[in-house]
Structures are given as C-alpha cells and as structure tokens.
Design a protein. Structure first.
Length: 335
C-alpha cells in the first residue's frame, strides 16, 4: 500500500513538472517572438587596385569611414594590387552586383582596356559608374641634374640626346606611364621607361638622380617644390592646377595640345540595381559636400567633384574614347 502511494506521488510530481516545463517553454517562445532582432551591420568593400600609399589608396582612406556612416554600414578599404590595377578590377567585375563591393578607380582603369591585349573583363561594359569623387592633376618634374628650366628646354635637351635619358613611372600601364609615353610621342622624343611599384618610388628615383624625369600625380611632387634635387616644370591639365598655381601647363610652356589628368571615382559591377546605385551616389555626394572632407581632399591634391550617377557614366564613356587616343598616340602595349 505504501509503495502504491509513493508511485502515485511520483507520477503526480512528474506530471506537474512536465506541465510547468511546457508552460515555461511556451512563455519563452512567446517572448522570443517579440524580442528585438539586431541585424548584422552591412559591410561595404572598397577595392583599391593599387598598393598602400598610392593616390587611390589615400583618397579611399580619406572618406571611407564617413561613407560607411552615411550608409549606416561599415566601409572598409581593401588593397588588391597587381598588373597595373587589373587584378583588383577583375575581382570587382566578378563580385555580386549588390552594391557591397565597389572599385575605387581612376584613368588607369580605362587605359587598361586599350593597353592590355587580354583582359578577363571589359572596363566599360562590366561596370557601372556610382560616383565621381574628384579630379587628380599631374605634373612634369625633372632631376636638378638635368640642366633645363622649362618644358621647352626639356624637349630640346631630350630631342638632342635620343635614348640617353630615362623616365620613371608607377608601373607598366599606370597613368604615370601613359602620361609620359603620350607626352614623348607628341613631342617626338625617345626616353627609356623605368617602371617602379608606386608613384612614390618613381619620384624617389628622380630625387636620387638615377632617373631624369617623371610625370607624377600632383600629390606626389607638391612637397618637393623647394627641394634642390628636383625641378617642377609644368602641370599637365587643360588649365593650371589650383594646387600648383605658379606652374604653367605643358601646353602653354612648350607642347601645345598636350593635356592629361585623371578622374577618381567609385564603380560597381554591371547589373547593380539602379536604386542601389542612386543610394550609394547620394551618400557619396553627401560626404563630399562636407567642408572638412573637401579640405582633406585638397591636401591630397584632389579637387572634389559631385555628380549624379548618370553624369558620371557619361564622363566614363567620354574618358574611354580619350584614353583610347592616349594609348594609341603613345604606342604602348602590354601582352
């Protein structure tokens, strides 16, 4: 009898425990259904197709944090250098067209389409313009060991000594390579090309006197205006650079009709939804309108530009034609 009573008590206890457990589980489930869910923050990858310290790299890092904040996301810079910027560009071309992977490109992007005989992507068709960031000027600089004082003198000296002098660049296919190659072609000059890994290295070669000339981005030579090892001869744009206002243009100081500068902008893989492109464009322009960001860019030798996505796409098409002419005039080709 006692045993029967103990079994009954155990059964009741088990039953009560089970009911309580089920009730607690139901309550927890109900609370979970109404509990706030914190979505993982979006990550936007800004791919720079050159190494750290390159113009595109410094520009990307000058505004990526602010762009991320404007998009309620985290915008990180990734350097994927190699083959004149084509390694990074190829990676973005193959990325999902969801607006989460962007390319920080410049004139070298379109140049590659004409310079390389084989590319795994089409620089124009496989991308869509998102936002124009700014315009980067270039300047012709020579070693002080070269006894010239202006562009006309430089042309005269090199023409009198074909093949004697060298020029440096940031690498085969870089904008600094094509800027000088097209200059030489237009002026009818012969110099030996010495490719390096970056604009900084190319400028250092001139400062050391191992190379006689370079056409560098303005930021690469702005700090050497008073350096006795180097002479800045001219800026390469259509008009004088606001960062080097005392320098004449190449066109006005010895080579009429010559001009070279570069846009810098964000591209996305082709097929990215228009609404996403517009959202990225609006956020970028919002960041660029900040006076603090504008001042930051000016210190880098970049003139900030704000355009709609459609306007930037038109610029890319026009630049495609212009860079085709530059490559053709230079005679440069990379297999």
């Amino acid at each position: 009898m006692i045993m029967m009573m103990m079994k009954a008590a155990a059964s009741m206890t088990s039953s009560v425990f089970t009911r309580r457990s089920l009730a607690a589980l139901a309550a927890a489930t109900a609370l979970g259904a109404f509990a706030p869910v914190h979505a993982q923050q979006r990550v936007i990858h800004i791919v720079v197709p050159f190494g750290t310290g390159a113009v595109q790299d410094t520009v990307a890092r000058a505004f990526n944090a602010e762009l991320g904040a404007a998009l309620n996301a985290s915008a990180i810079v990734e350097n994927r250098a190699g083959a004149g910027g084509t390694v990074g560009a190829a990676a973005v071309a193959k990325a999902p067209a969801d607006g989460n992977t962007l390319l920080l490109a410049a004139a070298s992007h379109n140049i590659a389409g004409f310079l390389y005989s084989k590319l795994s992507y089409d620089p124009l068709k496989d991308f869509v313009g998102v936002a124009n960031i700014g315009n980067a000027g270039y300047a012709l600089a020579v070693s002080s060991g070269l006894n010239v004082s202006n562009t006309a003198d430089f042309i005269k000296e090199v023409k009198a000594n074909p093949g004697k002098y060298n020029y440096a660049s940031a690498g085969n296919g870089s904008a600094t390579h094509l800027a000088m190659a097209s200059f030489l072609a237009k002026a009818g000059l012969q110099m030996t090309h010495i490719p390096t890994k970056s604009t900084g290295e190319a400028v250092n070669e001139v400062l050391a006197g191992r190379v006689q000339a370079v056409i560098s981005s303005s930021i690469g030579v702005m700090g050497f205006q008073a350096d006795p090892r180097m002479k800045l001869l001219a800026s390469t744009g259509q008009a004088r650079s606001p960062f080097l206002p005392n320098l004449p243009t190449v066109a006005e100081s010895g080579l009429p009709g010559y001009a070279f500068d570069s846009w810098i902008g964000l591209l996305a893989p082709a097929g990215t939804p228009k609404a996403e492109v517009e959202r990225l464009n609006a956020a970028t322009n919002k960041v660029l309108s900040d006076p603090a960001i504008q001042e930051r860019f000016k210190r880098l030798g970049v003139e900030p530009r704000m355009q709609s996505a459609e306007e930037f796409q038109k610029l890319l098409r026009a630049d495609w034609d212009a860079m085709g002419a530059v490559v053709k005039a230079s005679g440069a080709k990379i297999d």
